[in-house]
Design a protein around this ligand. Structure first.
Ligand code: NAD
Length: 252
């Protein structure tokens, strides 16, 4: 049965794979057998690439600023040119900007929507065309528990993540018949740069920790199982699902 989860001979593209949750997902896919194109804004993905190499897989670093959709077609083409094909797309890159709604700056609103929604849409569309043509593919969008909740002081982020959940379902409805699975992972509160400000605030840190039934914040490797499942044949009949990995946060 474990063969169902193997990714040997497959190629994944992971945005924001240089650090944080994207790095955890890229490594999980490599350890399950995939070669991985690691997209980052800086182009410096040395740590991820060396761990992929240690897993005996090929990794390539691609540079792109996903605050614009301009680089997206190129990312898909470069992945195919350098690694030979594209089977798995993980839309992980994302940003967060915090401020009370009454003071929320328009530029922050736009910046969050550009990276967390527009780039996700454009990458899904571009990869989807290729995957439909090859009659197979796996798209995994990284949403959040804020695809279900509003959060505090993060209106653009909550709006974008709700939209990512909706987009995931909309695309699944159109593409399932072509053998293309579109699903999402909704992480809870995880230890990465994204949540540094929350963890630096002792009161917020304690409030959040107290609500997590698992009794701890998540770490990038906590997403490994969900990512491998949604990238592999094990999930071939799973379409439009938002898989929550949150230590039980939403169950409270
Ligand atoms: P992080 O800040 O460590 O990583 C964010 C990644 O996105 C980085 O690799 C960064 O380079 C990339 N990125 C940001 N802006 C970019 C741009 N303009 N162009 C290209 N790449 C860009 O944070 P993280 O927690 O690892 O976040 C990864 C994803 O997980 C995000 O979509 C985030 O919303 C989501 N998420 C995080 C948490 C959490 O608790 N950390 C919870 C739920 C969802």
């Amino acid at each position: 049965m474990l063969e169902l989860f193997r990714l040997d001979g497959q190629v994944a593209l992971v945005t924001g794979g240089d650090k944080g949750l994207g790095q955890g997902i890229a490594l999980a896919l490599a350890r399950a057998g995939a070669d991985v194109a690691v997209v980052s804004r800086s182009g410096n993905a040395v740590a991820t690439l060396s761990a992929i190499a240690s897993a005996g897989r090929r990794g390539v670093a691609l540079t792109a600023d996903l605050s614009s959709t301009a680089p997206i077609e190129g990312l898909i083409n470069d992945t195919v040119a350098q690694l030979g094909r594209l089977d798995i797309l993980v839309n992980n890159a994302g940003i967060i900007r915090r401020a009370p709604a009454t003071e929320y700056d328009w530029n922050d609103w736009r910046a969050v929507l550009d990276v967390n929604l527009d780039a996700v849409w454009a990458l899904c569309q571009s990869a989807g065309r290729l995957m439909i043509a090859q009659r197979r593919g796996k798209i995994i969008n990284v949403a959040s528990v804020l695809a279900f909740q509003g959060g505090l002081r993060v209106p653009a982020y909550a709006a974008a993540k709700h939209a990512v959940a909706g987009l995931t379902k909309a695309l699944a409805n159109e593409w399932a018949r072509f053998g293309v699975n579109v699903n999402a992972i909704a992480p809870g509160y995880m230890v990465t740069d994204n949540t540094q400000a929350l963890r630096d605030d002792p009161e917020r840190y304690r409030q959040i920790l107290e609500r997590i039934p698992a009794g701890r914040w998540g770490v990038p490797k906590d997403l490994a199982g969900a990512a491998i499942f949604l990238a592999s044949s094990a999930s071939d009949y799973v379409h439009g699902h938002v898989l929550v990995v949150d230590g039980g946060w939403l169950a409270r």
